[in-house]
Design a protein around this ligand. Sequence first.
Ligand code: B12
Ligand code: SF4
Length: 439
Amino acid sequence: MRVLLIHPNLPPYGGKADFRSFYPPLGLACVAAPLSAAGHEVQAVDAPITVASVESIVERVRTWDAEVVGFRCQLINYHRGLTIAKAIKAERPSCNIVFGGPHMALVAEQALALHPFIDAIVCGEGEDAFPEYLDALGDRGGLDGVEGLVWRDDQGGIIRNPVRPVSKSLDDFPMPSLDILPMHLYRMMNFFALEGHRGCPCACIFCSLSVVQTRKVRFKSPERFLSEMERLVVDYGINRFEMIEPNFTILKEWCHEVCHLILDRGLRVQWIARSYPEMVDEPTLRLMKRAGCYKVFFGIESGSEKILRSYGKDTTVQQGRDAIRYGKEAGLQVYCDFMVGGPGETAETVEETIRFARETKPHMSDVSLIAPFPGTPLYERAEEFGVRLLDPHWYENPEAVAQFPFIRVMELDTLTVQELMGLWVHATSAILYKHGGGD
Ligand code: B12
Ligand code: SF4
């Protein structure tokens, strides 16, 4: 079959009319590989980097005669995906429209009910599910046998198949099909994403990653990971990477082995990684630095012990301080993420966060206003956390999503929406503009 994969554009960000992202849709390259191996023809449109218009994408579907069109959506580009899908279906009613990506597993039934132009949604990992879906379309088994699929039957009913277990080793998946992406543009940027493991054992109440990817963590072998890195260096001339997992140091032996392999093979690479403050130590950060890491991200979130607990974090404020110090002493740039708006947040707890940033002086910081993403405990059990959702279906409202990062859709027992906004602006200016420069 001819399958066109689409990475929809991102909405305007922070008032910028055309937010051009240079972040590759690695997930599409991952699902493309088994499709090609099964004999399907696969092409992709990476709209954020090529700034492809809806019309040009519909034209591509028509001229190439695509039979199936697959979309990768996280919430932020979901509405662009819907606009493109609707236009394709209007032009080519026989074309099968499938959605996948981190947002879709959380809203699958609702999305199918609201948007009749979507034929099916793949929840979670797509490497096995998507080829099986295409087989089933081609009459090699029914759609009801495809685990992880939510789909529309001939009578218009919405069927949710059993969940697909995430038991397979990541090494069993083929190497991502990078050639479907505009690699010349990523080469110009000298930037690409690398994935070493999936899943997160934590369950922070504002995050859906452990819901979608599960709390079980699966690793690629260090050798497999290195061969993905080496391929980018040798075949594509790219040597600057971001490791996308939430905690690159989650298994120290794995992290150390990867760093030693980079050093042993003499790869001259530069990379950035994320880590949990409670799972990092100075020797590991120094080894990462020797292996080419130049920046480390810590999700500090808050300088208040009480708020950290309300997020469901195990980290203490002191562990955050220590992690920042270790990072600086290892010679890394330290980038910290803070948030405003957790359950029980008050002007005093926000001041604790500002004091933390003043005292620890990360080189760079970001402060976000918490948003209740569907599927997260914060959204699903809002009342329990003293949170009131002003519009429970805000994620289906393109205008609400387009306000990102100023999403004003919840208030707390302790703060109104206006107070929340005010404190976020205050924290942003105090941390970013007065203390974002570090030492
Ligand atoms: C890189 C990244 C970004 C990049 C952009 C990503 C992109 N290419 O568009 C940037 C830095 C811009 C970004 C920003 C944000 N991000 Co982000 N990001 C990620 C990250 C770290 C990696 C994504 C990735 O490549 N994953 C690896 C690939 C292999 O996985 P995948 O894409 O999910 O694909 C698999 C499946 O989903 C499926 N699949 C995917 N597409 C398709 C298509 C079809 C047809 C099928 C069948 C299957 C399928 O199969 C793939 C292989 O198994 C993820 C976390 C993560 N580890 O996934 C968060 C994540 C996607 N981000 C998230 C969030 C919340 C954000 C922000 C809103 C954060 C914030 N508060 O600022 C901002 C948005 C800002 C903006 N205006 O864009 C959430 C999304 C939640 C949601 N419901 O949408 C995630 C899941 C992180 C989390 N902790 O929850 N992000
Ligand atoms: S915020 Fe980070 S640590 Fe917490 S559940 Fe999400 S990915 Fe895991």
